[in-house]
Design a protein around this ligand. Structure first.
Ligand SMILES: *Cc1c(COP(=O)(O)O)cnc(C)c1O
Length: 377
């Protein structure tokens, strides 16, 4: 992919090709097959959960999560505002209504004070929210102890969007194992990839079974195609699962390297006044999917993040603003929101830096030097 330095590009290990070849040699060039079975077992073993269903995207996994939980048209679903739009799109597929919850300063993830306020106000209006979608943004675990206790208190299920957080943990429990239903993504830019894919994860074996059924067109047992439910064509192919099988074997190395890259940035830039990074707390371990940096507006003026992006682009280095909060997205302009200014501020002052595990130290040093050129001027 030429000489461009990417934010996060696929990083294959030794075995992916072999597992894909196996699929060709045995003609399992189909959805389902041995790679799919093995990949799903690797995932559920790794996360310590009862079941995982591999699907063709994280977005599909979120859609089927909402279906598992039984979301109905008109339901209210509370969703973290500071995230990629795919966290919320499936709410709309269901005909349900997203209500956006802002972030808290520590983890950049769902603010539990606003979450509880939204729940109480929604109940007062006679509509108890039907689900909470919480995200571990950039791999940083959300404060799951508080979120789980709110979920328990009001009996509202959690959908855990761990698309960016495979390999992260909170109090030594893996992200992707906290939700009533959880999802991960294997899109090409994520910490490991299947070229495109996702998985739904749960300890609820009925939901796992139901998801497996619905994701393969809801074919009932009969010699002809018999359907008593609406199905979806969301399964992962045996080819993609072959890639995933190899990637699962190197996941911990990918996490270790991303964390090293984060440390390189912090070492060289972290002491500059006005520069700061997303911090772990005593309970959290981040996979450091993307290193994200904040530039204090009082120190640097408005728009330093964009100045850096433009300068890096001149050197063929990709960087990107942080996720534009969903409450700022035109497509969601009519949705209810609970806002405290945190994600707006993060969006206006932050930047995502090249973080792919396949970058060597020399590349990261080049990025760092370019950044220094801009901010120390
Ligand atoms: C990538 C991502 C998704 C969607 O996953 P796809 O596999 O690309 O469909 C959902 N939520 C978040 C937070 C993501 O980063």
């Amino acid at each position: 992919m030429n000489n461009r330095v990417w934010l996060s590009s696929p990083h294959m290990g030794e075995k992916e090709k072999e597992y894909v070849s196996e699929a060709f040699l045995t003609n399992w060039v189909a959805p389902l097959g041995p790679n799919v079975d093995i990949f799903e077992r690797q995932l559920s073993d790794y996360l310590g959960v009862k079941g995982a269903v591999s699907l063709n995207s994280g977005t599909a996994a979120l859609h089927l999560s909402l279906i598992s939980i039984g979301i109905k048209p008109g339901d209210v679903v509370l969703c973290q505002s500071f995230t990629f739009a795919a966290s919320a799109f499936p709410i709309v597929y269901m005909g349900a209504n997203p209500v956006f919850i802002d972030s808290e300063q520590d983890t950049w993830n769902m603010d539990t004070v606003l979450l509880e306020k939204a729940i109480v106000e929604s109940i007062e209006k006679g509509q108890k929210p039907a689900a909470i979608i919480v995200v571990h943004l950039y791999g940083m675990p959300a404060k799951m102890d508080s979120i789980v206790s709110i979920s328990d208190k009001y009996q509202i299920p959690i959908i855990e969007d761990a698309a960016e957080a495979l390999g992260s943990s909170y109090h030594n429990k893996k992200c992707g194992s906290f939700g009533d239903v959880s999802i991960v993504s294997f899109n090409g830019n994520k910490i490991i990839t299947t070229s495109g894919g996702g998985a739904l994860i749960s300890n609820n074996e009925d939901w796992i079974q139901k998801t497996r059924h619905l994701s393969a067109q809801a074919k009932d047992a009969a010699p002809y195609y018999l359907h008593t439910q609406i199905g979806y064509n969301y399964r992962m192919s045996n080819i993609c699962a072959g890639i995933g099988r190899g990637q699962m074997e190197v996941l911990q190395h990918r996490v270790a390297r991303r964390r090293e890259i984060f440390e390189l940035y912090v070492k060289e830039l972290g002491n500059i006044e006005g520069v700061s990074f997303q911090k772990e707390n005593e309970a959290s371990f981040s996979n450091r999917w993307l290193t994200t940096m904040l530039l204090d507006e009082e120190k640097f003026g408005i728009g330093m993040n964009d100045n850096i992006r433009i300068e890096l682009e001149k050197c063929n280095i990709e960087s990107r603003p942080l996720w534009k909060p969903l409450h700022q997205q035109p497509v969601f302009e009519n949705c209810v929101r609970y806002i405290n200014g945190v994600s707006d501020k993060l969006f206006s002052t932050g930047i995502c830096l090249p973080s792919g595990s396949n970058n060597d130290n020399e590349v990261i040093d080049t990025v760092i030097n370019q950044i220094k050129k801009v901010i120390l001027k």
